[in-house]
Design a protein around this ligand. Structure first.
Ligand code: ZN
Ligand code: ZN
Ligand code: ZN
Length: 370
């Protein structure tokens, strides 16, 4: 069994990766690691749900009895896993420890709650605890064709939202009003949930992680709109475009063009085998050459998949070579204040170079003032 997005060989690959990383087992509680390995999109709750993937031996899934039907109905139910239901008066931690047997090192899902980390430590005091990404990061970072297709569908959905954004950027409305309309559109265009909707206008556009506030949109504003959601597949979108309402501030058009050239240069640099930091440098070089280097205050990008920020990170110091299948953002920004701009696309490293998953126009879009 297994589907394109949840191939049945994931469990075996995860087990092999655990062994290669020197771990006796992976212990995965609800979150992206569990969804990646077994296709089970379980709720994070105080009752323990835990997939144990021994490097050698049979994987098993421990679930609260009341969640057994949901686990069986998920793709995990078709993987031939041993499903072990625990009752309200059982101790699921000793159940996991007993079933696993002696382990000297375990990899815990990166997003496991401290509540569970500490109880697992108490149940397995001899086992060194590591993060599961030690084993899973390379697997998760190299997207399969089915995962690329899921990310492309997410990119197309968020592109459709951006195509509608000018309709909400009306002078007299607040950033929050605009964000509310955009959030509705993120769902209407096919996402299962909204992850974020940054509408940063005027001076707020110079703050890269501003969200949306009570500021009223005005003629002459540059507006950075950075939006993303999660599709029913579990895969995420993330795309930024910068808009201007009427005539832009002086010098804005000039540095917007510098930014656009930098974003193109970074995408053009993407190919298998080059260091992740080379893509960051390719974005930074034209911005620095034009005198705006000090205003590009963040890394160029982050990986994306079942999480909107994951490996690989496109940042100076990351000398890891890119591999075909890596999916990440290319999102340089220039924030001189009292305005700023960012352009962000999700791209995939292909054997030939770079495939952009966002294709809505990167030309500066001017919104009418009335
Ligand atoms: Zn960000
Ligand atoms: Zn973004
Ligand atoms: Zn991003």
């Amino acid at each position: 069994m297994g589907s394109d997005l949840n191939p049945a060989d994931r469990l075996g690959k995860a087990a092999a990766a655990a062994g290669a990383a020197g771990l006796d087992a992976l212990l995965l509680t609800p979150g992206p690691d569990l969804r990646y390995v077994a296709g089970y999109d379980a709720h994070q709750l105080e009752r323990l749900t835990c997939l144990a993937v021994p490097a050698d031996g049979d994987p098993f899934l421990v679930v609260p009895r009341l969640e057994l039907p949901a686990a069986l109905a998920s793709p995990a139910g078709g993987l031939g896993l041993d499903l072990i239901a625990w009752d309200e008066t059982d101790d699921p931690y000793t159940l996991v420890a007993g079933r696993l047997g002696a382990a000297s090192a375990v990899g815990l899902s990166d997003r496991m709650w401290a509540l569970m980390v500490l109880r697992l430590r108490a149940a397995m005091p001899a086992a060194r605890q590591e993060v599961a990404s030690l084993a899973l990061r390379d697997l998760r970072a190299r997207k399969t064709p089915a995962e690329v297709a899921a990310l492309l569908a997410a990119g197309e959905a968020i592109d459709r939202v951006h195509a509608r954004v000018p309709g909400w950027l009306r002078p007299g409305r607040t950033e929050r009003d605009a964000a509310a309309g955009i959030c509705d559109a993120i769902l209407e265009e096919g996402h299962a949930s909204v992850d974020f909707a940054i509408v940063a206008s005027g001076p707020n556009a110079a703050s890269p992680h501003h969200t949306a506030a009570s500021r009223v949109l005005q003629p002459g504003d540059a507006v950075v709109v950075d939006i993303g959601g999660t599709m029913p597949s579990g895969y995420c979108s993330d795309c930024t475009r910068t808009y201007v309402i009427g005539a832009p501030p002086s010098d804005f058009a000039e540095y917007y063009q510098v930014l656009k050239d930098a974003q193109d240069a970074a995408c053009a640099a993407v190919r298998p085998g080059i260091a992740a930091e080379t893509v960051d440098a390719a974005a930074r070089e034209p911005i620095a050459a034009a005198g705006y280097g000090e205003y590009f205050v963040h890394r160029t990008g982050h990986g994306i998949g079942l999480e909107s920020h994951e490996d690989p990170y496109i940042v100076a110091g990351n000398t890891e070579p890119l591999a075909a299948g890596n999916a990440f953002s290319v999102e340089p920004g220039i924030y001189p204040g009292p305005h700023g701009a960012r352009i962000e696309d999700i791209v995939v490293c292909t054997p030939e170079g770079c495939q952009r998953l966002n294709n809505v126009t990167r030309e500066l879009v001017t919104v009418a003032t009335r």
